[in-house]
Design a protein around this ligand. Structure first.
Ligand SMILES: N[C@@H](CCC(=O)N[C@@H](CS)C(=O)NCC(=O)O)C(=O)O
Length: 246
């Protein structure tokens, strides 16, 4: 049934779960407006729109209805437009499980690894907004911003090194999901979009690119979100932290 109400995706520009929801809306053929909230004021804006305790993006309004959080939004989109299913019959439960892994486990690396790379090359932070390289004053601002972001997300070098240690195993896990037909098939599943958006953002850190090269993870990221651009050139993260797949 076509959706006649106005659909709005409340987002922040660099957010990978927001990208995942955008891709799901596109696949389902739902017209929508992508509205970026004001960084800094976004927590209050989200609470005002979606209620107490809700402070993060993405949120989706469908007419008067409000749906908050990427996995809730995916579920609701599936109810609204069951054709072009993101949870194909026969593997729906396994796809949901893989999607939740993408949301609860992989998604955090999609925040920590990029913010980790930017910490070591703060002048490249403008690339998030299409600026090639920040000037010295911009870099001063970026350094303060990155430090605040590390604090907010509880990021540390120990945590990033642990993430990078685990990352090759996660790429192998996604390879297994592809072998089971949960991702990397002819049509996107919810798992493709949740996982692919995180891989895409992690892949922008060139030190980590070799870990995903030639994998199902890289294929789904580029198929659904476009060629992975370089945000942080290689040599930013200490080489000894990077572990490759066997
Ligand atoms: N698992 C949640 C994660 C939501 C989330 O952490 N969103 C981030 C953007 S990637 C956010 O709102 N960050 C700003 C903040 O925490 O203030 C989902 O997929 O909906």
């Amino acid at each position: 049934m076509p959706i006649t109400e106005k659909v709005t995706l409340h987002a922040l520009p660099p957010s990978h779960p927001c990208k995942a929801v955008g891709a799901a809306l596109d696949y389902k053929g739902i017209e929508y407006e992508w509205v970026n909230l004001d960084f800094g004021k976004h927590n209050e804006q989200i609470t005002e729109l979606y209620g107490e305790g809700k402070t993060r993006v993405p949120g989706l309004t469908i007419g008067e209805e409000r749906v908050h959080g990427s996995t809730n939004i995916f579920k609701r989109l599936e109810e609204l437009v069951p054709e072009l299913s993101l949870y194909p019959e026969g593997i729906a439960d396994e796809v949901r499980e893989a999607e939740l892994w993408g949301d609860r486990v992989l998604q955090d690396l999609g925040r920590r690894i990029p913010w980790g790379g930017i910490y070591f090359r703060p002048e490249m932070m403008g690339k998030m907004n299409g600026i090639e390289e920040l000037d010295p004053a911009g870099t001063d601002f970026a350094m303060k911003f990155v430090r605040a972001t590390w604090k907010y997300h509880n990021i540390s070098c120990v945590q990033i090194a642990e993430d990078l240690e685990k990352f090759p195993g996660m790429i192998d896990e996604i390879e297994g999901m592809a072998a089971d037909g949960l991702v990397d098939g002819e049509n996107p599943t919810a798992a493709d979009l949740q996982i692919g958006s995180s891989i895409w953002v992690i892949g922008t850190i060139s030190d980590v690119k070799p870990v995903i090269e030639g994998s199902a993870a890289e294929r789904i990221a580029e198929r659904y979100f476009g060629e992975i651009p370089e945000m942080i050139p290689a040599g930013a993260l200490p080489a000894s932290w990077i572990k490759l797949r066997d």
